[in-house]
Design a protein around this ligand. Structure first.
Ligand SMILES: [Zn+2]
Length: 373
């Protein structure tokens, strides 16, 4: 079972489902015979299930939906603190655990095998139906080879973590940049499921960005698409870890905000700064306005260059309802070409600590089921 029509119908059912066979014929453009054969095949493999019956003008039709427990995925995130989750095909996190990493990257395979045995014990339904393992890391990855090209957080360089995990666990392992993993999760299982295209910007200790266009991540030629963290926001500004100066990361990341605030004798926590700004503290107002405006201006430029249908700004550990978020929105909306109509909606959301690991599990689901397999 590995043809294009299977993937096409599975994608449509995940994106717009539950759907009847008649709706699948209409949306997919496949023949009645092909839809009938492929859905029978998907049902036989347990990937989809029958749901309710719709009574319309003609014959009543049964709608088909994705079966949650037909496949399970493990996701591991190395952002901030390492976390492992177990996810199903409805995008539910069934279990989560804080984990540690081996000292040497060479030991990652057996290490992950032991970790998986904890979350999906041998013989359990979760282990039997485990389809893949996803790993989300900050930095550059070679997703085809499963290689972490460079990650400052882990110190890994050209580490073949994917093949090492596959070899030890006997399961496909997929490595992805963490912002891209979050983008895949929003598309496959989140509010962006029906979006034709969107760009996600994550605001955490660092700034990340992923582009989903036509159901595929847009990576660029070298995998560097979306590296807005290191696009220049303030020419001649503060030095950045990457070696440049004035990068967006030096102004608008939570690390930068904390650093600039501490230097000004203010608390480094964003929510505390928001509180102070609301009370009229000029230092806090200036800092949050500077950070939010820099981010908003970068979003406007990104919209001009990429023209996504939607923009989703995800903040780790909180909402973006204060001055930082308002300044961001104002700068973004004020700098997008007015003739570009309708304007892309700039949505915000709160990202939980486990969302990154779930993003990694989503990558495993996406690559093993929603691409030709
Ligand atoms: Zn930089």
């Amino acid at each position: 079972m590995s043809c294009r029509s299977h993937v096409q119908l599975l994608r449509l059912i995940n994106q717009f489902g539950p759907l009847s066979r008649a709706e699948l014929i209409r949306i997919s453009g496949l023949s009645k015979g092909a839809v009938s054969m492929v859905t029978a095949d998907l049902l036989a493999h347990g990937l989809i299930e029958t749901r309710d019956t719709v009574h319309g003008g003609g014959r009543p039709s049964i709608r088909l939906g994705i079966a949650a427990d037909s496949a399970f995925f493990v996701g591991i995130s190395l952002a901030d603190r390492p976390v492992m989750v177990l996810g199903d095909l409805h995008g539910t996190i069934l279990d989560r655990q804080d984990i540690d990493l081996p000292d040497r990257v060479e030991d990652i395979g057996p290490h992950v095998r032991r970790l998986i045995a904890r979350i999906a014990p041998e013989g359990s339904l979760h282990a039997q139906r485990m389809r893949g393992i996803g790993l989300a890391v900050s930095g550059l990855v070679d997703e085809q080879g499963g290689i972490c090209v460079r990650s400052t957080l882990t110190g890994w360089e050209n580490a073949p973590v994917g093949p090492l995990i596959t070899q030890a666990c006997g399961l496909p392992a997929y490595v992805e940049n963490d912002a891209n993993a979050l983008t895949v999760a929003q598309y496959r299982f989140g509010p962006m499921r029906e979006a034709a295209s969107f760009s996600l910007i994550s605001v955490g200790q660092g700034i990340g960005c992923g582009h989903m266009f036509g159901g595929e991540l847009f990576r660029g030629f070298r995998g560097g698409a979306g590296e807005i963290a290191h696009a220049t926001a303030e020419p001649g500004g503060l030095p950045c870890l990457c070696g440049k100066t004035g990068c967006l990361d030096t102004v608008a990341s939570l690390t930068a905000i904390a650093h600039l605030a501490t230097r000004a004798g203010l608390p480094g926590d964003l929510d505390q700064l928001e509180q102070l700004a609301a009370q009229g503290n000029l230092g806090a107002v200036e800092l949050l306005h500077r950070a939010g405006s820099a981010l908003g201006l970068m979003i406007a430029q990104m919209v001009q260059i990429m023209d996504p249908q939607h923009v989703l700004v995800a903040r780790q550990g909180g909402e973006l309802t204060g001055l930082f978020g308002r300044a961001m929105r104002q700068a973004a909306e004020g700098n997008i070409l007015p003739q570009l109509a309708p304007r892309p909606e700039i949505m915000t959301c709160d990202v939980m600590a486990d969302s990154w690991a779930f993003g990694a599990a989503s990558v495993a689901a996406d690559r093993s089921l929603f691409h030709e397999f």
